[in-house]
Design a protein around this ligand. Structure first.
Ligand SMILES: O=P(O)(O)OC[C@H]1O[C@](O)(CO)[C@@H](O)[C@@H]1O
Length: 564
């Protein structure tokens, strides 16, 4: 396409206008607030149950207007509508991008290649609900007749991070009599630690893999099957005849699969009846509200799972229909572009003030960094602008006593999202419940300190010795978004995840990259397969570079020394 039809992002007038605007410089946040008493009210939006304050950003009305013009010019809204319609906007994999169909109501019509996919979505949800209820009620029995008490999800990437994160978030809503473990690492220690205290007769393995070819997952699932069959073989002679045919009966009671690949699932020995399907138009990192969420559904029950889907849908509807100036995912996406592209910010911190959100940022890392860690445009041309940031963070208040020093007084600009709740969830009572206000006092104090800092005059006024004044001064002017909700319910979790999904979408659309492929993970997989025989058998691997050859030799020497 000629440049006049599809101009390079940095040549667009909206981009250069933003660059000029940035070059003019912005007043300090202290001045922006002093000049505009209504700023906190004007720069806040409600999206579903979320209240988003973006007043502590280095922006004015002009910044916002220019960013919105950029979104319009780069076709964000047209691409959004194409995504919701089921068009194949994942151009490199020629696939539709329809995670939004996973939470569509039963009567919605969303077509891929002329077929309405919504009935299939609900059929799988119903099948999951039936199965989850049977596990939760104790109706589903293991091979020896015992009820299932332990659920082990084996998956990696999107087939692990989502359910593992959401299980942690919704712990107060989980069936406490069941144990849930999540195994992802091909390091045998992961499976070992997850199973060492479990009774195989009471354990269900959920093998979660979109492709069912991922080496880590298939290796762990194979080891889990051996662990299970060995236990039955050793302990139950009455079952021995069943092991002559590979223990299918035991596997049928203790293994289910979540996948798009029925053939591979059957090949592994899992009964197709025990497979919960999803489809190629669901990206791995966008999949935990599909069959990939089965472990979560068992944990919280089908009703709560549906509440979570309703939360996702609420945010989908908001993203589709809210005007640009009040559209939360759009605003978050554009603010990220403002810092990443015009302030040269390298990273973005997500700092939840909830213990239950301990895995939230790790989940967002895949969502954001696998989606927008790209350096070619949708048509294959190199990008000449920064794309996705490094996403990082851990729950407050822990981070305050670790790395906040750098955010407050370091040399880098680190935009941050602070996520907090007005009420603690679940079982907390008495003193533990009362601690919530202290947690949230920290939450509010941090964004205030980051925005407004502490001037040298204020430090001096406290009688601080002159030689310490510079050290104890806080420049402030650090941008943050505050996301506040009443309580961390299943619906609110769905809203938060969809908020970030759509934020990532907005950024990918402006940068003109394909946010839905992940070719960047392929090379490492291929090379690992090539190197493995050198580690296991000392085989000569042609084509290894000198550094890796030397490292492999050192590894083998160390390995053999240990073994001897
Ligand atoms: O669900 P699968 O097919 O096992 O893939 C797991 C993960 O691996 C990746 O493909 C990256 O290697 C992710 O995108 C995906 O979530």
């Amino acid at each position: 396409m000629a440049e006049s039809e599809f101009p390079k992002l940095t040549h667009r007038p909206q981009w250069t206008a933003l660059a000029d605007h940035r070059a003019e410089g912005q007043p300090h946040l202290r001045e922006l607030f002093a000049a505009d008493p209504g700023r906190a009210q004007r720069y806040a939006v409600r999206a579903g149950d979320l209240y988003l304050d973006y007043s502590k950003h280095l922006i004015t009305d002009e910044t916002l207007a220019l960013l919105q013009e950029l979104a319009t010019a780069t076709g964000v809204f047209a691409l959004r509508d194409a995504m919701f319609r089921g068009e194949k906007i994942n151009v490199t994999e020629r696939r539709a991008v329809l995670h939004t169909a996973l939470r569509a109501p039963r009567d919605a019509v969303i077509e891929v290649d002329g077929e309405n996919v919504v009935p299939k979505v609900h059929a799988v949800l119903d099948k999951m609900a039936g199965f989850a209820d049977r596990i939760r009620s104790g109706e589903w029995l293991g091979h020896t007749g015992k009820r299932i008490r332990n659920v082990v999800n084996i998956g990696i990437g999107g087939s692990d991070l989502g359910p593992a994160m959401a299980y942690e978030v919704l712990r107060p809503y989980t069936a406490r009599e069941l144990t849930f473990r999540f195994v992802s690492n091909v390091d045998g220690a992961d499976l070992h630690e997850a199973t060492r205290d479990l009774d195989p007769a009471e354990t269900l393995f959920i093998v979660a893999s979109k492709t069912f070819t991922t080496i880590e997952t298939i290796t762990n699932a194979t080891s889990a099957r051996s662990w299970l069959l060995k236990a039955f073989d050793d302990g139950g002679t009455s079952h021995s005849s069943e092991f002559e045919n590979g223990g299918e009966k035991a596997v049928a009671k203790h293994f289910v699969a979540l996948s798009t690949n029925g053939e591979k699932v059957t090949g592994f020995g899992i009964d197709p009846d025990n497979m919960f399907e999803f489809w190629d138009w669901v990206g791995g990192r966008y999949s935990y509200d599909s069959a990939i969420g089965l472990s979560l559904m068992i944990a919280i029950g089908p009703g709560r799972f549906r509440e979570m889907l309703d939360g996702f849908r609420l945010m989908d509807d908001h993203f589709r229909t809210a005007p640009a100036e009040a559209n939360a995912p759009l605003l978050l996406g554009l603010l990220g572009i403002w810092y990443g592209n015009f302030y040269d910010a390298q990273s973005h911190a997500v700092l939840p003030y909830s213990h239950y959100l301990s895995k939230f940022t790790a989940y967002l890392q895949q969502l954001d960094m696998e989606s927008n860690g790209k350096s070619v445009q949708r048509g294959g041309e190199p990008v000449e602008w920064q794309t996705g940031p490094v996403v990082w963070g851990t729950p407050g208040t822990n981070g305050q006593h670790a790395y906040y020093q750098l955010i407050h007084q370091g040399t880098r600009l680190i935009p941050a999202d602070f996520i907090g709740f007005a009420r603690p969830v679940g079982e907390l009572s008495g003193e533990l419940k009362a601690q919530h206000d202290l947690l949230m006092a920290n939450f509010f104090a941090q964004t205030q300190a980051l925005a407004f800092g502490k001037t040298a005059e204020e430090v001096r006024a406290e009688g601080v010795p002159e030689e310490q004044v510079a050290h104890r001064t806080f420049r402030g002017d650090h941008p943050t978004t505050t996301i506040l909700a009443g309580e961390l319910t299943p619906s609110v979790l769905g809203q938060l995840i969809a908020l970030y999904e759509h934020k990532v979408f907005v950024q990918g659309a402006v940068w003109n990259i394909d946010s839905f492929d992940q070719w960047g993970v392929e090379l490492g997989k291929v090379l690992a397969k090539r190197v493995e025989p050198a580690l296991t058998q000392g085989a000569d691997v042609p084509g290894l570079d000198p550094s890796t050859t030397a490292l492999v030799a050192a590894y083998r020497t160390l390995k053999n020394a240990q073994e001897n």
